[in-house]
Design a protein around this ligand. Structure first.
Ligand SMILES: Nc1ncnc2c1ncn2[C@@H]1O[C@H](COP(=O)(O)OP(=O)(O)OP(=O)(O)O)[C@@H](O)[C@H]1O
Length: 253
C-alpha cells in the first residue's frame, strides 16, 4: 500500500553566528527518511535539541528544508527546499494552543476565517462545518461565540484540534501537543485522537517526551540524535530491543 506520507533524505541547515559573530552553518537535520501509512502514527523521540520541532515545522510547511523530498500520497509536495502545494493536508498542533489563537476574536470567527481563505463554502456551509468540527472534538456548537480566555487548557487543545481538522487534513503533526495537559485531560484527548483516527483514517506524527503516549499511540518510532535517525522500527519491538545507548537512555526516563 502506498504510504500517505513519505520523507526522503530530508536535510536542513541553519545559518548561525558563533560567539565571535562569524557566520557558521549548523546542520539541524541530516538525511531523515521515513514512511507513514494511512491511519498510522509515527512517534519521533529524541533528546532536547535533536531537531524534532524543526522536522515538525518542515512537514507542516512552516519551515523549508534544503534537501530531500516530502511526498504526500505519492505526490512530491516539497523538493530540495521548494514547497509545491499549500500545507492544508498536513497540519501542525503545538504545545500551547492559546498562543496560536487571537485573543480578540471568537473561536467561530477564527474558524470562519480559515474556511473563507481556503474553501469556496458559502456562509451556511461554513457555519455547518464550524458546528460539526466543534462537535467532533467534544465541544458544543455554542462555543463558537466564546473567546479563547473563556476556555480551559484542555478545551483550548480541542479548539486547536478543531482548527487543524476543519480543512480535512490527511496528516496531523502533534508537537508536544498533549504535554501541558494534566493527566486526566491528556487521557481524554488521547482517546479523542484515537477515535478520530479510527473514524477518519487520519495519520499522526507524534512528537513527545511522554513515553507512555509513544507506547499507547504509535505504531512506529523514530529516534533522532543531533539531527540524524539513529534508530527506527515498530514501537513495541523498539521498546523491547534497541541498539543505541541514546534510545536506552530515552526509554529509561
Ligand atoms: N531558527 C533557528 N535558527 C538557528 N537555530 C535553530 C533555529 N531553530 C532551531 N534551532 C536549533 O536547532 C536545534 C534543534 O532545535 P529543535 O527545536 O528542532 O529541537 P527539539 O528536538 O524540538 O528540542 P526540544 O525537545 O527541546 O523541543 C537546536 O539546537 C536549536 O537551537
Amino acid at each position: 500500500m502506498q504510504p500517505i506520507l513519505k520523507v526522503q533524505a530530508l536535510s536542513k541547515t541553519f545559518k548561525i553566528r558563533d560567539r565571535f559573530f562569524l557566520r557558521k552553518k549548523f546542520k539541524v537535520l541530516e538525511d531523515i527518511s521515513f514512511c507513514l501509512s494511512k491511519g498510522e502514527t509515527i512517534a519521533i523521540i529524541g533528546e532536547t535539541g535533536s531537531g524534532k520541532s524543526t522536522l515538525a515545522k518542515i512537514l507542516a510547511g512552516a519551515e523549508v528544508s534544503q534537501k530531500g523530498q516530502i511526498l504526500l500520497e505519492g505526490k512530491v509536495i516539497e523538493d530540495d527546499g521548494k514547497r509545491k502545494t499549500s500545507c492544508r493536508d498536513i497540519r501542525l498542533i503545538f504545545q500551547d494552543a492559546s498562543k496560536s489563537l487571537n485573543p480578540g476574536i471568537t473561536i467561530g470567527k477564527t474558524l470562519n476565517e480559515i474556511l473563507l481563505m481556503n474553501t469556496h463554502y458559502d456562509a451556511a456551509q461554513r457555519q455547518e462545518s464550524i458546528k460539526n468540527n466543534l462537535l467532533k472534538v467534544g465541544l458544543l456548537a455554542e462555543h463558537q461565540d466564546y473567546y479563547p480566555h473563556m476556555f480551559s487548557g484542555g478545551q483550548l487543545q480541542r479548539i486547536a484540534l478543531a482548527r487543524a481538522l476543519i480543512l480535512e487534513p490527511k496528516v496531523l503533526v502533534l508537537d508536544e501537543a498533549l504535554s501541558s495537559l494534566d493527566p486526566s485531560v491528556r487521557a481524554q484527548t488521547v482517546n479523542l485522537l484515537l477515535k478520530l483516527q479510527q473514524e477518519t483514517g487520519l495519520s499522526y506524527v507524534l512528537i513527545t517526551h511522554h513515553l507512555s503516549l509513544v507506547k499507547h499511540m504509535s505504531d512506529q518510532t523514530l529516534v533522532l540524535d543531533q539531527g540524524k535517525v539513529i534508530e527506527a522500527g515498530k514501537t513495541q519491538a523498539l521498546f523491547i530491543k534497541h541498539k543505541s545507548k541514546i534510545t536506552q537512555r530515552l526509554l529509561n526516563c
